[in-house]
Design a protein around this ligand. Structure first.
Ligand SMILES: [Zn+2]
Ligand SMILES: [Zn+2]
Length: 190
């Protein structure tokens, strides 16, 4: 089964589409310090982080994501040299997605805040519940009970399968963030 979800930033300038295909995504919640630093770099923590400093991520293939409007409002930051590319909007400072720096890797971690759902039930029906709460040791205050301190080993086979299917299916491309194997905008390295 597959669904196409509309994407929109908070101010509505950047728009896109995301294909949600059964078995080709992982819906997670990340409490890591890098996701928190990213939100504070954007100066928009109150709209991005929950009370524990966590954010949701919808990990899927770049070929399933498309930016259709407002491409000139895409920015990119790296928290450190060779770090993950963290894509965001420059109009309203919202996270778009994370990718690795190599366009060959069939991976994109999309921010569910971009996804336009009618309500919480609709969201649950389309992308399901959070399957893993990772990096709980970085949580603000007490670690949430359902979080794992780092990444549970049990998720590794799933991640590996996801990567292999993506590689064989060449799902790294087309990507909204790379053109001719180059990033669409130059990353700002912190
Ligand atoms: Zn994180
Ligand atoms: Zn915007």
């Amino acid at each position: 089964m597959s669904n196409v979800i509309n994407l929109s930033c908070t101010c509505g300038t950047v728009k896109g589409k995301l294909k949600v295909v059964d078995g080709s995504f992982l819906h997670i919640h990340c409490l890591c310090c890098d996701c928190q630093s990213f939100a504070s770099y954007l100066g928009n923590e109150e709209n991005i982080l929950d009370e524990h400093g966590g954010t949701e991520l919808f990990q899927t293939y770049p070929a399933h994501m498309e930016i259709t409007e407002g491409k000139e409002n895409i920015g990119c930051v790296q928290l450190r040299e060779k770090g993950t590319y963290r894509w965001h909007t420059t109009c309203c400072n919202m996270p778009l997605a994370n990718t690795l720096t190599s366009p060959k890797v069939p991976f994109v971690g999309v921010s569910p805040k971009l996804m336009q759902f009618d309500n919480e039930q609709d969201k649950l029906r389309v992308i399901g519940p959070v399957k893993m709460k990772a990096f709980g040791k970085y949580a603000k205050g007490k670690m949430p009970q359902d979080a794992h301190p780092k990444i549970p080993l049990s998720v590794m086979p799933k991640l590996l399968g996801f990567m292999l299917r993506g590689l064989f299916g060449k799902k790294n491309t087309p990507s909204p963030f790379f053109r001719n194997r180059e990033p669409v905008v130059k990353a700002n390295v912190l």
